[in-house]
Design a protein around this ligand. Structure first.
Ligand SMILES: *[C@@H]1O[C@H](CO)[C@@H](O)[C@H](O)[C@H]1NC(C)=O
Length: 498
């Protein structure tokens, strides 16, 4: 996976503003769908998660070229840490992005599950694959196992997960080595998932909620960033760059939504300033939750039920204004072809997560009959939906290269994704072990990957809409679970409304 790189604010130039205005104009003049099969894309976007599964695969596993892997994870620490998801094209289980992925999958079900049709059960299963693992990782009170696998040992090899013989070192946080970031996100994931299972499996839902409460308490009582004690294992991969304060508010926001307990509402109101809810950084991802916190909490304000959260709504409005194209302070770039672009690699994670927030907020606004007041204009819910849809359509093929960035969707899509399992021959085709360095020739081969990781969305084109389709260009060609998780919600909505 790509190392975390701090994003710098883009340069404001008259030229770019003109481009953005042109884009805005073309958006308004051509709101008509290009006729994408959103349901097909939805089905594939969820199937992708089966390809990222670690541990013992169930009999109904649909992605057939994968096999069981990492069946002894946790063994050296005396715990069972099998299961969960590999984050991207490697074989490490990074707990921080895995928890964020699970939270966003759960949010997708909560807001858009109604329109998932037959894919709802597969999405719920994808949530459970994450939470079953997070329950194992939090089984011991005041401890969270946050990672399995030494990333340097893993990244030094090009091996199928089924062949893995690299170090499966286990990393944890505890009272003396706090990690409010990863623990706060884990609490958020467990709480969000408890809503998903509330009526489907009440006992499991209660287990998730109770665990979320306990993990949040640990996160809040023992404050710190996990990269302080685990720097060499988590940096530069999933280093906590922007601080742990946002995950505490985020965890409390999901616990509030899941439990309706007064204590979380009070926590949020009391800590809003000290935990910097107003940092409306125009980013939303595994490291930075600010925009998500404000959008999530604003729903209650817009439902007219929570005046004490009014400032979160103002923050959410400011966030939305800051990512619109064509305004005079564009803090988010748009490529000439119309794609949201933020520097730092794996750009599609920003595209899908920001689009998810646009769509979710648009729905909350619609119900309240509200628009977003920006400085020079105001943005209607319909406009926010069109903006989100434009991003999804770009991913599916409406772009200068006329290619889909989702593997297996459309006529042209990435052939050489940076993904070990996809690029090496499958166990069925090649049962013999392929060692660490023996995989290199597959990595360097110009041939397409032999195994389709159906539904995987890659990091995507650069800021000029160019895409190399080459394994070594991992920032462009690597898929990640947190690119797909918000996309599931987006596709569910558009499959039912277009
Ligand atoms: C994007 O990639 C293309 C092709 O590799 C290259 O020519 C172009 O300069 C790149 N653009 C940027 C802004 O890096």
């Amino acid at each position: 996976m790509a190392p975390n790189v701090l994003c710098l604010p883009g340069n404001v130039s008259a030229f770019r503003v003109t481009l953005a205005l042109l884009l805005l104009l073309s958006l308004l003049l051509h709101p008509i769908s290009a006729g994408h099969d959103y349901h097909d894309a939805l089905r594939k976007s969820i199937l992708f998660f089966e390809g990222q599964r670690s541990g013992k695969l169930p009999p109904d596993q649909r992605l057939k070229w994968r096999r069981d892997s990492a069946l002894h994870d946790g063994y050296t620490a005396g715990v069972d840490l099998t299961g969960g998801y590999y984050d991207a094209g490697d074989n490490i289980k990074f707990g921080f992005p895995m928890a964020f992925t699970t939270t966003l999958l759960a949010w997708s079900v909560i807001d858009f599950g109604r329109t998932m049709g037959p894919e709802l059960k597969n999405t719920v299963r994808a949530v459970k694959w994450g939470t079953d693992y997070l329950l194992k990782a939090t089984a011991v009170p005041d401890v969270v196992f946050v990672q399995v696998g030494d990333p340097y040992s893993d990244h030094n090899c090009w091996e199928r997960p089924e062949d893995m013989d690299t170090s499966r070192a286990v990393y944890k946080i505890d009272k003396n080595h706090p990690g409010s970031d990863v623990a706060g996100e884990t609490a958020a994931a467990l709480a969000a998932a408890s809503i998903v299972f509330r009526s489907r499996d009440p006992a499991y839902s209660r287990l998730l909620l109770n665990r979320a409460v306990r993990v949040f308490e640990f996160a809040d009582r023992h404050r710190g960033a996990y990269s302080a004690s685990l720097r060499s294992a988590v940096c530069p991969f999933y280093c906590d760059v922007n601080g742990f304060q946002d995950e505490l508010l985020w965890g409390a926001a999901w616990l509030h939504k899941a439990s309706r307990r007064r204590v979380y509402r009070e926590y949020i109101v009391r800590n809003e300033v000290v935990l910097r809810a107003g940092d409306t950084i125009n980013e939303f991802g595994w490291d930075n939750k600010h925009a998500g916190i404000n959008v999530l909490i604003s729903k209650e304000v817009l439902m007219g039920k929570a005046d004490y959260f009014q400032s979160f709504k103002q923050n959410a409005d400011e966030f939305i204004c800051s990512i619109l194209p064509g305004l005079s302070h564009p803090q988010v770039q748009y490529s000439p072809g119309g794609l949201i672009f933020k520097p730092g690699g794996s750009n599609m994670q920003h595209v899908t997560s920001l689009s998810f927030l646009l769509l979710a907020y648009s729905n909350y606004l619609s119900h309240a009959n509200k628009v977003v007041p920006c400085v020079q204009t105001s943005a209607s819910p319909v406009f926010l939906k069109q903006l989100a849809k434009r991003q999804v359509d770009y991913i599916l093929g409406d772009n200068p290269l006329m290619m889909s960035y989702m593997v297996g969707y459309g006529a042209r899509y990435p052939q050489r994704i940076h993904h070990r399992g996809s690029s090496l021959p499958s166990v069925q085709v090649h049962p013999a072990h392929i060692g660490c360095k023996a995989g290199s020739r597959y990595f360097l081969s110009p041939n397409p990957n032999p195994n389709l990781l159906v539904g995987a969305v890659v990091g995507g084109p650069n800021s000029s809409d160019a895409f190399p389709d080459s394994r070594p260009f991992f920032q462009e060609s690597e898929p990640t679970t947190y690119i797909n998780a918000p996309l599931v919600g987006l596709l569910a909505y558009f499959s039912a409304h277009y």
